[in-house]
Design a protein. Structure first.
Length: 319
């Protein structure tokens, strides 16, 4: 989770600062810097052939964010997770917006809730069947939606390394443990957001979307969302990091194993994966255009049709 230095290359941000210089700039004692590196893998300096540490300017910025989090009352572990996820002016408040900012090439699709639910269940099923100890993140908007899916997510959490669930759980502290329920603030963009992240080395996948405004009178299956999705390991890792950062911002203390796992860079996607993703993008684009051509009301039985056969309904085959 290196969002503060996202977009910088080694040439833009060379490792030239000594540990003494970093200590002078940040006010953290040299012994403290060494201790944080040993216990938390933060910061992560480069080593010269003689073993001496060399730091980057971005390391100093990251440490400054940690100190600001501590000053605001966060524990050291929470302050580090908060900083690593993009604290201060870099902090994300939305998984959808954060992914679009980090990966502007992601294509945006428009989907009705029924279609989005089918896609979500497909990713969940694949994750449950094949993914090895995934990190799971789910954004449900409202607690009543999560209650409908809670038995399913309880099963998913049994084989996950960590599961983070966001919904309007009210004024309460985040629940700790392998299945953590994180309350969404009233003014949070997550109140309009739908997201699923399955960060696993063997079967990564994510989708994130926001509900278009002005749909209060629409039937629930016809509510539409703008979504992005990906099976690119690096995009999925970004989504997981954003989710962890949002949890840390809500005072959830990120476990050390999760922090270390998300701090590691994901592998680049293969050529075969990119080709398969391109085919799926065309498929979703076609479905999106079909969706735009359908009225959202006025057809008897339309709601049941979309709920039971979302793909066929969008293609116009189930009449």
């Amino acid at each position: 989770m290196k969002s503060i230095s996202d977009g910088k290359t080694a040439g833009d941000d060379p490792a030239v600062l000594s540990i003494g210089e970093v200590s002078r700039r940040t006010g953290i004692p040299v012994a403290g810097l060494r201790n944080w590196e040993q216990r938390y893998s933060l910061p992560r300096p480069e080593r010269l052939p003689n073993g001496r540490r060399r730091y980057r300017e971005s390391d100093c910025l990251l440490l400054d964010e940690v100190l600001r989090g501590r000053a605001q009352g966060l524990s050291l572990a929470a302050a580090m997770a908060h900083a690593l996820s993009g604290a201060g002016p870099f902090r994300d408040t939305s998984i959808f917006a954060g992914l679009r900012r980090r990966h502007p090439g992601l294509q945006v699709h428009v989907m009705a809730k029924a279609m989005l639910l089918a896609l979500t269940h497909a990713i969940e099923d694949e994750c449950c069947a094949r993914a090895q100890r995934p990190v799971l993140v789910g954004a449900f908007q409202r607690q009543r939606f999560y209650r409908q899916a809670r038995p399913r997510w309880t099963d998913l959490a049994r084989t996950a390394a960590q599961t983070l669930v966001f919904a309007d759980f009210g004024q309460r502290s985040p629940q700790s443990g392998p299945l953590a329920e994180i309350p969404i603030a009233e003014d949070s963009p997550l109140r309009r957001e739908w997201a699923l992240v399955c960060d696993a080395p063997d079967h990564p996948a994510c989708l994130a979307g926001w509900e278009r405004p002005g749909q209060e009178t629409w039937a629930d299956p016809d509510r539409t969302f703008e979504i992005v999705w990906s099976v690119d390991p690096q995009v999925v890792r970004s989504a997981a990091r954003i989710g962890a950062g949002l949890a840390a911002a809500a005072a959830f203390e990120i476990p050390a194993p999760l922090r270390a796992r998300l701090d590691a860079d994901a592998e680049a996607s293969s050529a075969d994966l990119r080709r398969a993703s391109g085919l799926m993008e065309r498929t979703f684009d076609y479905l999106s255009r079909r969706l735009a051509a359908h009225p959202h009301a006025g057809r008897p039985g339309r709601q049941a049709l979309v709920r039971e056969h979302p793909v066929e309904a969008l293609l116009g085959r189930a009449q």
